[in-house]
Each structure stands twice: as structure tokens, then as C-alpha cells.
Ligand binder design. Structure first.
Ligand SMILES: *[C@@H]1O[C@H](CO)[C@@H](O)[C@H](O)[C@H]1NC(C)=O
Ligand SMILES: *[C@@H]1O[C@H](CO)[C@@H](O)[C@H](O)[C@H]1NC(C)=O
Ligand SMILES: *[C@@H]1O[C@H](CO)[C@@H](O)[C@H](O)[C@H]1NC(C)=O
Length: 495
């Protein structure tokens, strides 16, 4: 290229302008009002799109909520829901977002969430890959995707995002998610670390990651259900002995018909149980959806009504789907059927209610306020979409966990211990299989003096933790305990 003084001068001034402008978050991304919420926001909210492929018009949507405590010091945490195909608004609306959404006849009413994770951290909710939630592409070929491509795009997103918000580059940065994000989180962490090795700019201050009830490895996850069902008293000793003998401990890939028929018997015994929380009722229709424990209509004596309850401002969704894996269908390599596909094909209809989120996020005034493109451009918002064709091409996550923890990145692997979708038995077994020295031997952890679960601390900053009595989505079932373990772990305190 030949020398062009004009071009150079131009570049100099545009670079200078960029540096000056880049001092702070983009003002046009500021969310000035949130429809349904009347009060004053306890911290600033930003939202918008980051283009990850200009030629294709591939744009990923984020919603960024600053910490209510000390945004300039508190960590930045990226949150990912799973599916694959599920929007991270699942986490925002139903789990640890700044608001609790109250169902009304029309637009939901928003209340402040006393257990929001933004009490102690800056949170980025990212819809990924393109085609999910508010994220989309101008070229539909992008909707055929896989683990490796998703991680590359999300990494690109992060680099571009931190260029827009450079004042948060020095904060500690963590990646978190649950369910199928058990694949997204270590894959993206690995991309981030590769980028750091390669000198990618800007330099992310990556410290570690956390995964809740995460899909990890087809063998460990696939073998987790039978011991869980036995330990929880859902199948008999006899059946447990028979299935163990016939399958020789290999439940994930039945080697013979006898094993298969015993596994079918296990399935029969478990039929009708809510797989996301074995203690919650399973809601099949209108009449059963009225079942609620601990309400005033209950026949239980007053003193019993709150037994087993935790403080949560609004009831857990009566039905839900899409945040993880269907029953007895552990992650296998290759094409992953979408949730809508499974719902249409299988006899098994997991519990689902995405009503408040769907009403809110498909309201054009809401979309405008939160800088999401209108339905005519980005499509309807769906909790989990069948727009994408997703392939699991990355295999087991165990090698990724090994590499990341060996390099000193902190890892928290937590499990709601009453989840039957990704049972804790699998996560406990694979974390142990890494062979790290136990440095904090199995013990309970407390919230308000009550045992809230158990913890096993390993060398290399790897922690396995259970949340007692929680279902699949810990911050939804146990918001107070969820915030406690989250904030203690982030701060590097003893949990
Ligand atoms: C979409 O992207 C694919 C792959 O890059 C390309 O082959 C195709 O021409 C693109 N389609 C359109 C309509 O741009
Ligand atoms: C883990 O690290 C080893 C050694 O650097 C490397 O060969 C391997 O590909 C890495 N595995 C993954 C999944 O990144
Ligand atoms: C554990 O994490 C801390 C804080 O990030 C770090 O200083 C330390 O080196 C890590 N320890 C190991 C054994 O990797």
C-alpha cells in the first residue's frame, strides 16, 4: 500500500476520537425505563446488539445490568442459559435477574428481586448462538450450528463487547451458566484462554467459571440417573440390584436387551415425577396446576405449611422446559433435537410455562425500551427455539475442565440435588474423576445457620457443591442460597 498522508491523518483523528469516546459505556445503549417497573432502577442497565459477522448481518443481543454495590470494582459475569436454543432471558426473568415478574392479565408487573445476582456483580445476559432469543442473522445458514462455532462467536462477542465497555476490562471476569451451558461455559472459557495466549486485544481479565446442573460428559451424565433414583428412594433395592447386574454399571449405552428392559422398568417407576425437581408436583394440565404446597388453601397445619420452603418472592414456575436434557437422553455426539421437536415427537411432555417472559418480550414497547429489534426483524422471542439446527461436536467437557483448572482458573460446579434432569450424581462423579487432591473434605455449608447443601473442595481451585432440596435451576428454586453461594465463591471466601 502506498503512503497517503490524508488517510493517515484521518486515521489518527478517528483513533483519537475512538479513544475519547471509548472511555465509557455507549450512552445509546442505556436503558432508561423498563416497562412494567415503576420505581427507580437500583443500578444502570444497558442493552443492544454486537455484530459478530458483518457480511451475514449476524448480531448477538446482550442485556447488561450493573452491580447495585460497586460496579467499578465488582466482577463482570457473563450468563448463559442452555437448551441448546434457549434464551438467557430465562435467567433474567426467572432466576437471578434484577426483577421478579408478576403475572397479571396483560403486561407483567416487575418488582425488585431481593436475590438478584446484580447485588454483587455486573451481569451480562447473552442470547447465543444467533437464532436464539433476540439474536439473529441475516443469513439463515447461520442457524445450522454447533458447539465449536457457538464458542467462536461468543468469544468474538466478548472482544467486541469489551471494546464498547472498556472501563470494565480491569474488573475480574467470570463465565457462568447452567444445563446445556455445561458445554457452552468450558468451551467459551477455552476460547478466551486461547485468545489470551494469542495476545488478542482487548485483554480479558478472565478468572474462572461456574456451571450449575451442567451437561458435561455422555458417560458420566448417562450413568447418573440410576444411582440417583435408587438413593432418592424412587426405585426398589431389587430393581437397583437387577439393573446394576444386567447393565454392569453401563446405563448410558445399554449393551443388551436385559439391560434395556430393566432400564425401561426404571423409567416406568419414575414416570409422572417432575424431572426438574422430584419434590415438586408435576403439572400435566389445568387441574393439577392448581396444586401448591404451603398456600393458605392447604390442609396442613399452619406450622407445617412453610416446611421445606425457602424464601422466594414468587412461586417457581409451575411448568418449565427446555433448559436441559430430556429424560434418559444424555448428550450424545451429533445432531441435538430442539425442544419444540422433542415436544412434538415424544410422549414425554416436560412441564412448561414461559408465559410472563413471552408476553413481556414480544411486546413492541418492551423491545424498543430494551433495544431489541422488533419482531419483524428479529422474530418472535421464544424461551427455546427450533429455529436452529444444533450439533454437539465437542465431545466430553472433561478435557476442557482439566486444562482450565490446571492453569489456575477457578471452577465452581454446583448441583441442585433434587434435579433428575442432570443429577448431582454425575457431576459429583466427574469432578472426582479428575483425581485432584481433596483439600476441603465433604462438609455442609450454611445459610442463616441452616444446612443448605454440601461441598467438596479440590486442589486447583475446583469446587463441587450441592444445594440441598433444589431442582434444576438453583437460583429459581433456592434464590437466597443461590445468591449466598454465588457471592461467597466470587469473592473467594469459604462457602
Ligand atoms: C449465506 O452464507 C453462506 C455461507 O457463507 C453463503 O454461501 C450464502 O451465499 C449466503 N447466502 C446469502 C443469501 O447471502
Ligand atoms: C488441553 O491441553 C493439552 C496440552 O496443552 C492439549 O494438547 C489439548 O488439546 C487441550 N485440550 C483441550 C480440550 O483444549
Ligand atoms: C487459585 O485461585 C487463586 C485466585 O485466582 C490463584 O491466586 C491461585 O493461584 C489458584 N491456585 C491454584 C492452585 O491454581
Amino acid at each position: 500500500m502506498y503512503w497517503n498522508p490524508f488517510l493517515h491523518r484521518y486515521n489518527f483523528f478517528s483513533t483519537l476520537a475512538f479513544i475519547l469516546l471509548a472511555q465509557s459505556a455507549p450512552e445509546d445503549a442505556l436503558v432508561t425505563s423498563v416497562p412494567g417497573f415503576d420505581g427507580t432502577l437500583p443500578s444502570k442497565h444497558y442493552a443492544g446488539y454486537v455484530t459478530v459477522d458483518k457480511n451475514h448481518g449476524k448480531k448477538l443481543y446482550y442485556y447488561y445490568v450493573l452491580s447495585e454495590r460497586n460496579p467499578s470494582q465488582d466482577p463482570v459475569v457473563l450468563w448463559l442459559n442452555g437448551g441448546p436454543g434457549c434464551s438467557s432471558f430465562d435467567g433474567f426473568v426467572y432466576e437471578h435477574g434484577p426483577f421478579n415478574f408478576e403475572k397479571t392479565g396483560s403486561l407483567p408487573k416487575l418488582h425488585l428481586n431481593p436475590y438478584a445476582w446484580t447485588k454483587v456483580s455486573n451481569m451480562i445476559y447473552l442470547d447465543s448462538p444467533a437464532g436464539v432469543g433476540m439474536s439473529y442473522s441475516g443469513n439463515k445458514s447461520d442457524y445450522t450450528t454447533m458447539d465449536t462455532k457457538t464458542a467462536l462467536d461468543s468469544h468474538k462477542f466478548l472482544l467486541e463487547w469489551f471494546k464498547l465497555y472498556p472501563e470494565y476490562l480491569s474488573n475480574s471476569f467470570f463465565i457462568a451458566g447452567e444445563s446445556y451451558a455445561g458445554v457452552y461455559v468450558p468451551m467459551l472459557s477455552n476460547e478466551v484462554v486461547k485468545g489470551l495466549d494469542a495476545g488478542d486485544k482487548p485483554t480479558l481479565n478472565f478468572k474462572g467459571y461456574m456451571v450449575g446442573n451442567g451437561v458435561t460428559d455422555d458417560v458420566f451424565d448417562g450413568n447418573a440417573l440410576v444411582p440417583f433414583a435408587h438413593g432418592m428412594g424412587l426405585i426398589s433395592d431389587e430393581l437397583y440390584q437387577e439393573v446394576t447386574t444386567e447393565c454392569n454399571g453401563n446405563y448410558y449405552n445399554p449393551a443388551n436387551d436385559n439391560c434395556e428392559s430393566k432400564l425401561q422398568k426404571v423409567d416406568q417407576d419414575l414416570d409422572g415425577i417432575n424431572i426438574y425437581d422430584i419434590l415438586e408436583p408435576c403439572y400435566h394440565g389445568d387441574s393439577s396446576s392448581k396444586i401448591r404446597l404451603g398456600t393458605s388453601e392447604s390442609n396442613l397445619p399452619e406450622s407445617f405449611r412453610r416446611l421445606g420452603e425457602t424464601e422466594r418472592p414468587l412461586p417457581v414456575r409451575t411448568r418449565m422446559f427446555g433448559r436441559a436434557w430430556p429424560f434418559r437422553a444424555p448428550v450424545k455426539a451429533g445432531y441435538v433435537p430442539s425442544w419444540p421437536e422433542l415436544l412434538n415427537s415424544a410422549e414425554n411432555v416436560p412441564c412448561t410455562d414461559d408465559e410472563v417472559a413471552t408476553v413481556w418480550l414480544n411486546n413492541e414497547a418492551v423491545r424498543k425500551a430494551i433495544h431489541a429489534d422488533p419482531i419483524s426483524m428479529a422474530g418472535d422471542w421464544e424461551l427455546c427455539t427450533d429455529k436452529i439446527r444444533y450439533y454437539h461436536d465437542a465431545g466430553s467437557m472433561i478435557p476442557y475442565h482439566k486444562n482450565l483448572t490446571a492453569r489456575g482458573y477457578r471452577a465452581l460446579i454446583f448441583s441442585g440435588d433434587h434435579d433428575m434432569c442432570v443429577p448431582f450424581t454425575g457431576s459429583e462423579a466427574w469432578t472426582r474423576s479428575l483425581g485432584y487432591k481433596v483439600i476441603d473434605e465433604w462438609r455442609h455449608w450454611l445459610v442463616d445457620g441452616q444446612v443448605s447443601g454440601f461441598i467438596q473442595g479440590y486442589d486447583n481451585n475446583l469446587t463441587f457443591l450441592t444445594v440441598k432440596g433444589s431442582g434444576h435451576t438453583v437460583p429459581e428454586y433456592k434464590p437466597k442460597e443461590g445468591l449466598a453461594l454465588y457471592s461467597r465463591w466470587l469473592e473467594g471466601k469459604t462457602i
